[in-house]
Design a protein around this ligand. Sequence first.
Ligand code: PNS
Length: 171
Amino acid sequence: MRAVLIAIYPGSFDPLTNGHLDIIERGIKIFDHLIVGVLKNPHKQPLFTPEERKEMIQETVKCFTNVEVDVFDGLLVNFAREKKCQVIIRGLRAISDYEYETQIAVINRKMAPEIETLFLPTSTEFSYLNSTIVKEIASFGGCIRGLVPPAVEKKLRDKFSKNAPWGILSE
Ligand code: PNS
């Protein structure tokens, strides 16, 4: 009998986009169990707290039985070991992501040789998308439908409608 394959998909997810969701949906077809690891990064000032980011992801992936969402801090490889993950998944949007991602993969492999990194190319429709762009659009009241899952769209609307003179985001 083969071992249960567990992968971790780590990131800041501030917030989750449909590009991230695409990677999750493809990842669960490959692995028995997928852990979405939300980084609590002391060096970054995120829009959403780690718990808010976790809740939005949980709401979005609740239809999948083999996805778990967890917050972590410190080294990714320590968390991956703790969770018994054999593989780290990262999405590659463009060739420009490759250098940075390879650097992280090589360093992680040096620290934890038993854990492999698997790169999944992002589906072309999401190759332009990232969390920063989504926040920028939302902060100016632009339409973010189709860029993020509904649970994230609602949270972004709530977040920005409080301060925005235009009220809610445009449809
Ligand atoms: O979504 P992001 O911000 O590109 O994700 C980056 C992430 C979470 C994969 C990376 O910053 C990370 O793993 N941080 C945890 C600290 C760590 O393990 N650092 C050593 C490798 S860079």
